[in-house]
Design a protein around this ligand. Structure first.
Ligand code: SF4
Length: 264
């Protein structure tokens, strides 16, 4: 079906973007149009990258002093996480552990790619850990439906000998007010089958949109009624700026929680 199309690597961030608005995916990934990032967001992204790097160095048993430097806040949150999660940050014999663990899965003509902040495996189970440098979101269900949760669990089940029931994913929200907090998502065969179906449908649609795009047709736009256009950077390009909301600079910024700390 998609013989003429080149193999495309897809991350959870791209799947989430397709869910938000296919046209936005077209603008960002096919046309490589940039989105506006505020200085505040840039600072957050840089801090998040440094935090991930420190955690990776620590996992490798390498010194972190030069990375932490004078940043007392960074040191504070790394210590807070280590104290809050000794069961995952203390090495136990006969377990496999790897930070920034990358896996890919060929699926429907796409290379689905994930990077786990930390993967811990033993004889009985496998845990995926992900560090988030923003406070814990209130809506657990939304996170359960996020492609990061779904794709990360799906790919591990597909590329290992573990049953879905032996796999889990935990987010650690490092900068929560009362100290680092975690949310754990168990997995099941039922969820695995549902994700396979949803992924299949989404990728069939994406392939069709890409084929039509090659023939000169644009990706579909999200419905106006969703309200997603008024704070989108592409509202003018999409002729969806009739309410003049682009003048509200605060609203035109991306939601911090929607920005991946480590993008693929
Ligand atoms: S303005 Fe609306 S339709 Fe256009 S890319 Fe943004 S969200 Fe999608």
């Amino acid at each position: 079906m998609n013989n003429q199309l080149p193999l495309v690597r897809l991350s959870q961030g791209q799947l989430n973007l397709l869910k938000v608005c296919p046209r936005k995916f077209q603008h960002i990934y096919l046309e490589q149009l940039g989105t506006h990032v505020s200085p505040e967001q840039q600072e957050h992204l840089t801090w998040g990258s440094r935090f991930h790097l420190v955690m990776q160095q620590r996992e490798l048993g390498l010194p972190v002093e030069s990375l932490v430097g004078e940043d007392a806040q960074l040191q504070h949150w790394v210590n807070a996480l280590v104290n809050a999660a000794p069961e995952i940050l203390t090495k136990v014999p006969q377990t496999f552990r790897e930070s920034e663990h990358c896996r890919t899965l060929s699926f429907q003509g796409y290379l689905l790619t994930v990077i786990y902040d930390l993967l811990i495996e033993d004889k009985h189970c496998a845990q995926i850990l992900d560090w988030k440098t923003y406070p814990q979101p209130k809506n657990r269900q939304r996170l359960a439906q996020d492609w990061q949760t779904r794709l990360y669990l799906y790919i591990l089940a597909e590329t290992s000998d573990y049953l879905p029931e032996q796999i889990s994913m935990s987010y650690w929200f490092v900068k929560s007010q009362s100290g680092p907090q975690s949310l754990k998502f168990p997995y099941s065969q039922l969820q695995h089958e549902q994700t396979r179906q949803d992924l299949t449908q989404q990728l069939i649609r994406l392939t069709q949109w890409r084929q039509r795009y090659q023939a000169g047709e644009q990706f579909p736009q999200v419905e106006v009624s969703t309200g997603r256009c008024h704070d989108c950077n592409f509202a003018i390009r999409c002729q969806r700026n009739s309410e003049g909301s682009m003048t509200n600079n605060k609203d035109s910024l991306l939601n911090l929680a929607d920005i991946p700390e480590v993008s693929l």
